[in-house]
Write a protein that binds this ligand. Structure first.
Ligand SMILES: C[S@@+](CC[C@H](N)C(=O)[O-])C[C@H]1O[C@@H](n2cnc3c(N)ncnc32)[C@H](O)[C@@H]1O
Length: 212
């Protein structure tokens, strides 16, 4: 019996990190594949409402389901744009046609930071290769764009807990640790990381709040 089922007093509840991981690859939003775990799906809408960003830069588009979700959330705020970046163009036509979404096809390396000028409130989401070096490079390239009280969200530090750290050369968590060493501009916001329990998120220690 796992911890949750013993708490609920039933053995009919059987899920764990691996079942959630499997399920999150099947999540869709408005029919478009959206690789988000349920905890983060909820946290994102809370953050978009709280921060009310003028620009969200999403590194890692895939089919564009997350960009579509974020763009619809921006509609509720009545402001904001998404720059979503990938190296492959597999974005769904529904996401591409959204008036708040602009797609950039040259990877985070090829994104011209000038495109992010003139936005008052900027939020960044890093959800690309999850390799340690790419994640750290993206943190270093985009970190200064994030505005005070907004976030740099680093996705998928969960690869460690899934036993995949070596495949990603230490992955996002190693990159976060290195980026945060001596960094006084950001704090790891426990409010989001621990909302449903300690690091009950796929973005383990990945909600970085800019404090100055
Ligand atoms: C995990 S998926 C993104 C999932 C998407 N954000 C979602 O929630 O549905 C990762 C994506 O990152 C892209 N990618 C890989 N290297 C990249 C790079 N250097 N710059 C931008 N995107 C990259 C991959 O092509 C892939 O589509």
């Amino acid at each position: 019996m796992n911890k949750i089922s013993s708490l609920l007093g039933t053995q009919n509840v059987k899920f764990n990190l691996h079942t959630v991981d499997k399920g999150h690859h099947k999540v869709t939003y408005r029919g478009v594949k959206t690789i988000k775990c349920p905890f983060d799906f909820v946290i994102y809408q809370m953050i978009i409402f709280e921060v009310k960003p003028d620009l969200v830069i999403e590194i890692g588009t895939n089919n564009g389901g997350s960009a579509l979700y974020l763009a619809d959330l921006l509609n509720i705020n009545n402001k904001g744009e998404i720059h979503t970046i990938d190296i492959e163009n597999k974005i769904d036509p529904l996401a591409l046609a959204h008036p708040r979404i602009k797609f950039f096809g040259n990877g985070y390396e090829g994104y011209d930071l000038d495109a992010a000028k003139n936005y008052e409130t900027v939020l960044i989401i890093e959800d690309a290769s999850h390799m340690y070096k790419d994640t750290l490079n993206a943190l270093n390239k985009f970190g200064s764009l994030v505005t005070k009280d907004s976030y740099f969200i680093v996705e998928d530090g969960i690869v460690d807990a899934l036993g995949l750290s070596r495949k990603f050369e230490g992955g996002p968590l190693r990159a976060i640790r290195e980026f945060m060493k001596g960094n006084t501009d950001y704090v790891i916001d426990r409010k989001w990381c621990d909302l449903f329990g300690k690091n009950a998120t796929f973005n383990v220690d990945g909600y970085l709040k800019k404090i100055k």
